[in-house]
Design a protein around this ligand. Sequence first.
Ligand code: KIV
Ligand code: ZN
Length: 388
Amino acid sequence: MTKQIQFFDTTLRDGEQTIGVNFNVEQKNAIAKQLENWGVDVIEAGFPVASKEDFDAVQAVARAVKKVRVTGLARARKGDIDACVKATADAAHKQIHVFIATSPIHRDSKLHMTKAQAIDSITEHVTYAHKFFDIVEFSPEDATRTEPDFLVDSIQAAIDAGATVINIPDTVGYTNPVEFAALFKNLRENIPAFDDITFSVHCHDDLGMAVANSLASIENGATRIEGTINGIGERAGNAALEEVAVAMYVRKDYYDAENNINMKETKKTSDMISDYAKMPVPHNKAVVGANAFAHESGIHQDGMLKNPQTYEILTPESVGAAKTSLPLGKLSGSHAVMDKLNEMGFSVDREAMKAIFPVFKDCADHTDIVSEEDLTRIMSQIHATNEV
Ligand code: KIV
Ligand code: ZN
């Protein structure tokens, strides 16, 4: 049966944890509205207890969006939960996201808690949060480095206390797709209510596997994916949601899963985050990079001109990007140069290209990209030679 996958965007919370990124309230509002247009299901708008600015921003986003569910983040502390209650009070749809670390390194070195104390805290704080929210999401932070048995116990405690969404954070981006499958197998076998719970994943990109891990999780029982636009976030960042969405779109044959994402709004959403975060998108980045739909080598350009599907598995139009480009350089072939000249209004055939192409090659050897001005100059040169 085709699964429905929810997109949970944490650009405004985990994404803002990127060094040097500070969105103001107006920008957060504009981002939230664009995320709504893009089609996400949940927006994590901030960590209300962290500061007045964060509280105000969560409150503003909760008031600004109407279709999307809004959440704030809370540690397992009553004060954090109270702040989330107040900040999301005006939201049309809301939930809360409560977390506590469960891995041995976090329990021992950071929280100084025994396993039993961690379980008690989960029970107490999820129960408390559930008094105010119908939907309580619980995250065992550093889940992927937590002992498998204790992960089950922590999750079971959260479910018994009223959590209906369980998020599995790969907090330090440590796990790989095969291990994610094993983790889900263990949960499926040991959590009796597995099929009644929304399982979510929250993958960091320290080893460059955040998107692959998110997609592996979809195959193994997750129906909610958390991430950020352009993959911004702590250290190496979070799963890039636009990449997850496009992988599901292009490989629908494989994932057999639906989502509410409006693909045509993808590039616009990415551009907005890049602009507000003052973080240029790498040219070679999947889906939204400047070179994602550019082809330079002669063999590729020839293939593209014969049938774009030879080298493009996705059209730029489908994600709202500018059309495919075939920049002319030293690796370009005669076919692409002839095509460009005809597009510019010259009337050129294969016979004429025998004289033009060597002049083009000479020019290309001395520059990175041969521009329209360069081509016009080449054509004047050819005409002048022919008139002599
Ligand atoms: O990476 C993480 O573990 C988090 C949690 C708060 C979900 O961001
Ligand atoms: Zn995170």
